[in-house]
Ligand binder design. Sequence first.
Ligand code: 0A1
Ligand code: ZN
Length: 852
Amino acid sequence: MTDARAIHLADYQPFSHLIEHVALTFHLSPNATRVQARLAVRPNPAREQGLDLRLDGEGLRLVRLAVDGRELTVQPDETGLTIRAADLPDTAFVLETEVEIAPEGNTALEGLYMSRGMYCTQCEAEGFRKITFYPDRPDVMARFRVRVNGDHPVLLSNGNLVDQGPGWTEWDDPWPKPAYLFALVAGDLRAHSATFRTLSGRDVALNIWVRPGDEGRCAYAMDSLIRSMKWDEQVYGREYDLDIFNIVAVDDFNMGAMENKGLNIFNSKFVLASPETATDDDFARIEAIIAHEYFHNWTGNRITCRDWFQLCLKEGLTVYRDQQFTGDMRSHAVKRIEDVLMLRARQFREDQGPLSHAVRPESYVEINNFYTATIYEKGAEVIGMLRRLVGDDGYARALDLYFDRHDGQAATIEDWLCVFQDATGRDMTQFKRWYSEAGTPRLKVSDDFNNDTYTLHFEQENPATPGQPVKGAKVLPIAVGLLNPNGDEVLPTTVLEMTHMRQSFAFEGLATRPVASVLRGFSAPVVLERAVSAEERAFLLAHDTDPFNKWEAGRALAKDLLARMVTEGAAIGPGWLEAMARVAQDGSLDPAFRALCLRLPSEDDMAQTQHAAGHVPDPAGIYAGRRRMGDALARRLAPDLPGLIASLAEPGPFTPDARAAGRRALRLAALSLLSRVDGGTAARAAYRAADNMTEEVGALSCLLDIGQGAEELARFEARWRSDRNVMDKWFALQIAYAAPDRAAEVTQTLTQHPDFDWKNPNRFRSVIGALSGHHAGFHHSSGAGYALVAEWLLRLDPLNPQTAARMSTAFDTWPRYDADRQAMVREALQRMLATDGLSRDLTEMAVRMLGD
Ligand code: 0A1
Ligand code: ZN
């Protein structure tokens, strides 16, 4: 995209000055908070001398500015202020400013804002400039001391608490940090506390701060934090580095959570959990996000990013680390399958549409639009590939070198690849394409067998993406295994390294033609194109020793069948049904794995696959075909379902561990199938008997799925009305299970509900996001889904552009669909662009999605 306001990686320059120390004093007040800043500044020896000092600042009322105690009159502009070189000493000096801001009116939830009476901050990526004048860029790292004056009983900031008195606290953070990691919280909060003793024997005070009444819902988050701290010591040798670690839960938050140094701020839905209010999925997400934010302490905070183009340096690595952690805590097989499902649903979708961008993009207009699945999830996949290529030892050596060499620095992808090169001797030039080139490679596979030699032939294709028509060959680690026709493995998992556009690999000394299991563990983020018969898929589902490919075989069977149903009107034959029945009944398999196998491919996934295969997806046809598959599976399994459900009952009280959660997942999958044949009798009973949210929501979903559950919905609402996080589920479920032709209408009705607080991002997402996630409802031929989502995005944009822009990605798949749908989406996007005062955030998204 060419835009005058675009920022380019190629234009990077170090900042003109260094900030050695920052002292901030806050006097909190909803409409007139005063922020005094005292910056110890000196010219940057790495730059030419005698430069002006440019500070970022937005929406700040400047009260005072002084250099070395001498007051200056400077007129701020829209984006900051400039102090002329002539007004600055050429050696170290002290810059003082005082500004006034109004956190109460801050609906964008960036900078200092208020959430239900408490003050909190969100500074990543560029929120600090809404708090005070400052070089708001990650390569300017400084030590901060913060004094908070306010009426609230709890006043928090980064680092260690060094002093306090009535109505004030003082915090000192000894670790230099960029401004985006600054945080402040003030409120009437209660702590759930614990102590952690580090590897070297230091005691760290741990606190999770929540609203009064929520203290009883912090135990799981605290347990997750302690396990994360231990894991990072054991696996990466990383110890925590302050005397205190605070986490605060807030209800109004644009994202999941934020890794501010020593003071993580979380969306309350990723902290608060009790068996009665949180589902197994909620527990798993809390564990993963607590770990993610904690792991940032080293990968993000101690070593940060030089500029925002390097965002994947901290995010890809931290996601990779949190995925490893979850695998260790739960099940590597199940975690890998879930991660790949997510990758395909979000990242492949993004990468195959108009929003495709490189893991390290080269330009942006609004950096908040680049907190994407590509930066996070593909960024993590790239690290997984690196590890596969250099091996576990090479990876460990490279990471040790990374921490040694770059601690305290703002680093780049070049630095990152260099530690791999230096630690392992491997040249990273070709591998770097994974960072610079967008798009999902397609990998075509064929094979032959001659005498005793089996050969796999690979061909990679790297499709054009916006602004990148031509690409080079990628390095692909392709994990393969070979099975004998009797099911024995004759070649255990072996990583083939593909570096050319076409490459073949031969395996000699085989008595019979083997069955190949290709791309085990999903060893590279590619789309595999391989003609495999239904028999061979069923064989792999039964015999593959690689759990990912075992699951993948069942998945591919289902997708092949659904594709033939919608394009050729094929009937559901016994092959898939029998294969599924065998998995459902195989007591030797982990219940969580069986539950994943029984899950049908999503409608959006089918549309993506059909589009890639050259078909125009028909949302209504996919919806209907998928329902027919579910009904057929339910009929096939019906006799066994009550027994299966009974055998999975958990005796004793609820525990959120992976084993118990896996059993509940399979039980609810079975209950959902049973509901299709018993008219909902078992699900209604399960709803009445439920003593935890997983089963309450699970049983309710079964009923909604068959067009029932009105009474249960009313009971659910009456019971949970005052619990915002639980009520988000109530809103979202009704939309998710609405019939496609009613989805927009149901959503519209819910927007009239007195509890539809649309300024709260969680509530907005649970209603408007639920509609855009309802494939057949959102893409309904009437256009009602498109219209309603567009209308609400436009309403949200002036208040909270970041969340409006993020949610606009609902429209990014429009090029897949027929001309009528394309026209309706284009028209909606053009209408947005024609709106006066549209934010830079949403403008950039609409322009990129339109692609012209
Ligand atoms: N760094 C956080 C996510 C985050 C990113 C941007 C935000 O505002 C624009 C807020 C949070 C993480 O990776 O968890
Ligand atoms: Zn992160």
